[in-house]
Design a binder for this molecule. Structure first.
Ligand code: GLV
Ligand code: MN
Ligand code: MN
Length: 426
């Protein structure tokens, strides 16, 4: 082969990537055509087993840490170089799509297979790893796996986490053969860097956009510059349980009245307290005691508020004011709790330039943009130079079985990732 000419393994194998997406989508497949694969669920465990088999087949390393992050490894020729990381997540929201997270992990796997097949001159000198972060979707808490790697968790903090159905995190960890104590010992990458081994040089995440911007602009690739700040919490309106047949309407302390008024008012909060990018969502409601013939004593509403970096406190203040007014108007009490605020971040400009240059090299059109969705990248960016690559989402649909991107667009995204990994690791 003439000097400077790349081996046959210059581009990813799109058919193999497509087959992997279809195969992984079978774990947790729902009747509506979506995927239900929360972290540590039987479907997630089966998916991990499938992924490990694909790695063994390709001669790639595979390991899982004590919190459930999976690592796929292609060793570099220079063991002294810091590792290059890519990846995303394989857990899904309830009845989500096949691509959110899974695409980034499977495209990473495909890139490693492609790099492994390259001639020696083009094999990376840095070790390249694909990370499938545990619980990106927050079944227990947002970004459980990436926070373990960047901040570390204490035993107390992990012990306080419960799943959407109230299951303690310890029970989920037991299903992967781990425990709270072991999960609290997962070494952070910052500590590894300090110790001079296991350091991570950079992280790049490939993901579907999950919104309509790229499709509307007719572009191939989004170069992500910033990720929004996200606040998660719960507001609970507190009334009194009474007989639904014998309690006169004017004597009831019905929690649904304040909660209903709150839900009507919530869409005004971003407009009044946020930037034009601000959003507020209640995606889960529950009532206690929960019977058709009992006036509701407690109504809990989940809260998800997002805005540009630094914008969430103002949205939280708006939510607090609305909750106060709604409970006062109906003579009720309420409790407002914020579980987490994941800070908005600016991603690394140099990584963004590498993504843009990679897109140029393969002739892909691109555009710099802000991510309205949360990603492990916003946690990773606190520890290492981080970049993100978006591909278009059909009709902007995501967190739904309707999630879709053409194979041609997925292939372009995977090849941009391959170029960025080569650039970082060679
Ligand atoms: C992750 O999907 C999020 O943005 O909530
Ligand atoms: Mn998601
Ligand atoms: Mn995702």
């Amino acid at each position: 082969m003439p000097a400077g000419t790349r081996s046959s393994a210059e581009r990813v194998n799109a058919e193999r990537l497509s087959a992997d997406i279809t195969a992984l989508g079978r774990f947790g497949a729902t009747d509506r055509g979506g995927v239900n694969r929360p972290v540590y669920s039987p479907a997630d465990l089966a998916a991990r087993g499938w992924l490990a088999d694909r790695c063994a087949e390709a001669g790639l390393g595979f390991r899982t840490d004590a919190i459930g992050n999976c690592f796929i490894t292609l060793p570099g020729s220079d063991p002294n170089r810091a590792r290059v990381w890519t990846g995303s997540h394989i857990d899904t929201v309830p009845d989500g799509g096949r691509l959110d997270g899974a695409f980034g992990v499977l495209a990473g796997l495909e890139c490693l297979r492609t790099l492994a097949a390259a001639d020696d001159d083009f094999r990376p000198s840095a070790t390249v790893e694909v990370v499938a972060f545990a619980d990106e979707e927050g079944a227990y808490a947002s970004f459980v796996g990436s926070r373990a790697l960047v901040d570390g968790w204490t035993v107390d903090a992990l012990s306080a986490l419960t799943g959407r159905d109230g299951e303690p995190l310890a029970d989920g960890l037991a299903r992967i053969g781990s425990s709270i104590e072991a999960a609290a010992e997962v070494p952070t990458i910052t500590a590894a860097a300090g110790a001079g081994r296991g350091a991570v040089a950079a992280f790049v995440e490939l993901h579907i956009e999950q919104g309509p911007v790229l499709e509307n602009a007719g572009l191939d690739i989004g170069v992500v510059t910033d990720i929004v700040e996200v606040g998660h919490g719960t507001v609970t309106f507190l009334g009194q349980a009474d007989h639904a047949g014998t309690t006169p309407m004017e004597l009831r302390r019905d929690a649904t009245r304040a909660a209903g008024a709150f839900l009507v008012g919530l869409p005004s909060v971003p407009a009044e307290h946020g930037s034009p990018a601000a959003v507020a969502t209640c995606g889960m409601v529950s009532v206690e005691p929960g019977a058709a013939n009992i006036v509701v004593e407690e109504m809990r509403l989940s809260l998800d508020v997002r805005d540009r970096a630094g914008g969430v406190p103002s949205l939280q203040a708006g939510v607090a004011d609305l909750a106060r007014r709604c409970s006062a108007d109906h003579g009720l009490d309420h409790r407002l709790e914020w579980d987490s605020v994941t800070p908005g971040v600016a991603l690394d400009p140099d990584m963004g330039q590498r993504v843009a240059d990679a897109a140029d090299r393969i002739g892909a059109s691109h555009h710099r943009m802000v991510s309205g969705a949360g990603h492990d990248s916003q946690v990773m960016a606190r520890a290492v130079p981080t970049g993100m690559i978006f591909v278009p989402s059909e009709n902007g649909r995501s967190h739904s079985p309707a999630e879709s991107t053409s194979l041609a667009q997925l292939e372009i995204g995977a090849n941009v990732l391959l170029e960025v990994l080569r650039d970082l690791a060679s």
